[in-house]
Design a protein around this ligand. Structure first.
Ligand SMILES: Nc1ncnc2c1ncn2[C@@H]1O[C@H](COP(=O)(O)OP(=O)(O)OP(=O)(O)O)[C@@H](O)[C@H]1O
Ligand SMILES: [Mg+2]
Length: 325
């Protein structure tokens, strides 16, 4: 399957402060708040929802197309994605601008002070599905991105008759309820976590049954409780794959989507797709950063079979001809 993955591409600057922010916030002097925290650690990670999803797909042998706007500082990030099998030819560099960057400082109580600089992501609405050369994509994913771009891509997919997976997650709060509704109503699949589903239901006033009147597939991830896949006549619960160690939950939702989509591209049952998502998420959880996991399709298939039955289907991941990109 020819898949185009849209959404954010970002660098994450993660810092840790060996104290408590609350000890330094003087409530009686909030009008002159001025704080600088000397941090202990800084790690810079490659992230962004679209890059993470594409990365997880590529680990399973696919070559998805990443479509996004990035900055001039994207050179090494691009090389990394390409080396791992992601096609970045639809990724446009915006001159003189940085790639989107997330700065987060976390203290000992896990309180976080963060800023997100959209940088090149603010130009994402410049990209258009009408301008794509070559074959029409069989599936597009629309993940958190510049709000105007998300709206544009969804509308263009509908105009062009391209099936899309709508995944607004963190951007739900920035999109008008009408826009979320429009994006969802035209989608083939809608992916959210359980909290986001409640939020969408509250803002759009739609019940689960209303959502299922529009989308073929509703996938709700529920953290350590696994995930639920709904179609208009079925409801499948997918358990988690227990982690050998929990290192960093950042990007689990994206890894789940990546694993799921690989199964979906092969036309496998929704149950198998969900189980692949669950295992891809667990690998992410066991490593630092949203793109810190590394495994070969063979290893993935072996571990999958310790928990689930694929009736041998996953062998196709291990054959070079099994690629869908
Ligand atoms: N503690 C855990 N152990 C094993 N698997 C987990 C755990 N937490 C999450 N997962 C897997 O990851 C999937 C997605 O998790 P979750 O619902 O937390 O996504 P999310 O809230 O979108 O995460 P994020 O946006 O932070 O990446 C779950 O459905 C599950 O399969
Ligand atoms: Mg998420």
């Amino acid at each position: 399957m020819n898949c185009v993955i849209t959404g954010s591409v970002a660098f994450d600057y993660l810092m840790t402060f060996p104290g408590y922010f609350r000890d330094y916030i003087l409530t009686e002097q909030l009008d002159r708040l001025s704080l600088s925290f000397l941090v202990d650690t800084l790690t810079v990670q490659r992230g962004g929802n679209a890059a993470n999803i594409a990365f997880s797909m590529a680990l399973l042998g696919e070559h998805p197309h990443l479509m996004a706007t990035v900055g001039e500082d994207f050179v090494e990030f691009r090389a990394w994605l390409e080396k791992n099998g992601v096609d970045t030819s639809l990724t446009r560099v915006i001159p003189g601008v940085h790639t989107a960057t997330f700065f987060a400082n976390t203290d000992r109580a896990n309180s976080q002070i963060a800023s997100f600089y959209p940088g090149a992501m603010a130009y994402a609405a410049q990209l258009s599905f009408h301008e794509l050369n070559g074959e029409k994509p069989e599936l597009v994913t629309i993940s958190p991105n510049d709000p105007g771009a998300m709206q544009r891509y969804a509308r263009e997919c509908r105009e062009l008759g391209i099936s899309y997976l709508y995944d607004p997650s963190q951007q739900i709060v920035r999109l008008d309820a009408g826009v979320v509704r429009e994006g969802m109503e035209g989608a083939t699949a809608f992916f959210v976590n359980d909290y986001e589903l409640s939020l969408v239901q509250k803002t759009t006033g739609m019940a689960r049954a209303d959502i299922l009147e529009h989308v073929k597939l509703l996938v709700v991830t529920c953290g350590e409780n696994g995930s639920l896949i709904y179609t208009d006549n079925d409801e499948i619960h997918i358990p988690i794959v227990p982690a050998l160690r929990i290192v960093d939950p950042t990007g689990v939702g994206d890894a789940f989507r990546g694993g799921f989509l690989v199964g979906y591209g092969h036309g496998w049952s929704l149950e198998t797709c969900g189980q692949m998502g669950a295992l891809a998420a667990t690998y992410c959880l066991e490593n630092s950063g949203p793109q810190g996991q590394a495994y070969k399709p063979e290893e993935f298939a072996r571990r999958f079979r310790q928990h689930f039955d694929d009736c041998g289907k996953l062998d196709a991941l291990c054959e070079p001809t099994g690629h869908m990109g």
